[in-house]
Write a protein that binds this ligand. Structure first.
Ligand SMILES: C[S@@+](CC[C@H](N)C(=O)[O-])C[C@H]1O[C@@H](n2cnc3c(N)ncnc32)[C@H](O)[C@@H]1O
Length: 285
């Protein structure tokens, strides 16, 4: 396995091992009673110890340290989400959301490392995404908290949340399946010049959709808002992501037509984009 993939895997696991504490404390009866009182302190200690270990182990390898600190802390927040689903009624669905968000960012890096290592860099975590993306994440937290306090019952609609979780997990799965299908042909940035070895992928999930990873990401983002029972953000996310993917697919297909010509035209005729009311770039004849 590539060195970067190994570091990201191990440090995410180390951070995420936080979820083991309640398990350990529940099977050791004589310290079981400590858990309730000390778990906040344990979370802080776990965070400090992990980060100290990362900086000690990678003291002479700045690039490895940067991977470790991102993957490790994503792992810690992932486990915090898990603990919320176990121990809080109010934050239950927010716990799922936290897990979905942190897993998404870590797995983008991990999947890129495994499928297209040449394009791998710290941006592959997609943590330094656009300002709009960060504002959208902040807005969804704000809506959850405000509505949660004003109308607590609105955040306990478990069947709706379950549907959101299924959509999120399905979307995540489809996106990663697309990355593993397209492999080196998949890149987080639209390619404007054709690289050696870039071939047109039309097999696997690309047989049913020309843009399966965008379909997956679209489903994932709507799923997170359904999971949180956030009606305002759901509508806003649907509109903003639809516009984003409509423009991105248009630009991407101009490049793909330049790269693959008649083969891509034929592919366009046979296979839809997969996103509602998005048709991509149509070449006039
Ligand atoms: C973020 S990936 C997205 C791929 C695709 N739009 C999807 O949703 O699965 C963007 C890169 O994939 C490349 N790409 C998109 N569709 C492709 C295909 N069918 N075969 C090969 N490369 C493709 C583009 O050149 C672009 O650089």
């Amino acid at each position: 396995m590539l060195r970067q993939a190994r570091i990201s895997f191990l440090t995410f696991g180390a951070g995420a091992s936080l979820f083991l504490y309640p398990l350990i404390f529940s099977i050791i009866p004589f310290i079981g009673f400590l858990w309730k009182d000390f778990w906040h302190a344990l979370i802080i200690i776990h965070f400090l110890v992990c980060n100290a270990v990362f900086s000690a182990v990678y003291v002479h390898q700045k690039d490895s340290y940067r991977i470790a600190v991102r993957a490790g802390n994503l792992g810690i927040v992932f486990s915090l989400g898990f603990l919320l689903t176990l121990y809080s009624t109010f934050w239950y669905h927010f716990g799922w959301y936290t897990m979905a968000l942190t897993f998404f960012h870590w797995s983008e890096y991990q999947s890129t490392a495994l499928t297209n290592p040449k394009s791998l860099n710290l941006e592959s975590f997609l943590l330094d995404h656009s300002r709009e993306y960060k504002m959208a994440a902040a807005a969804s937290c704000l809506e959850f908290i405000l509505e949660g306090y004003a109308f607590p019952g609105m955040k306990q609609l478990h069947l709706i949340s379950l549907f959101g979780i299924i959509l999120t997990v399905g979307g995540e799965g489809l996106r990663k399946l697309s990355m593993f299908t397209a492999r080196t042909n998949f890149n987080h940035h639209i390619q404007h010049t054709r690289k050696d070895g870039h071939i047109l992928v039309t097999h696997g999930v690309y047989r049913f959709s020309r843009h399966p990873s965008y379909v997956g990401w679209f489903a994932w983002s709507l799923g997170t808002q359904i999971m949180l029972c956030n009606p305002l953000c759901l509508v806003a996310y649907a509109l903003v992501s639809w516009k984003f993917f409509n423009e991105r697919i248009y630009d991407e297909e101009i490049c793909l037509l330049n790269f693959f010509g008649e083969d891509y035209l034929d592919y366009q005729r046979r296979v839809p984009t997969g996103l509602p009311f998005i048709y991509g770039y149509r070449q006039s004849v």
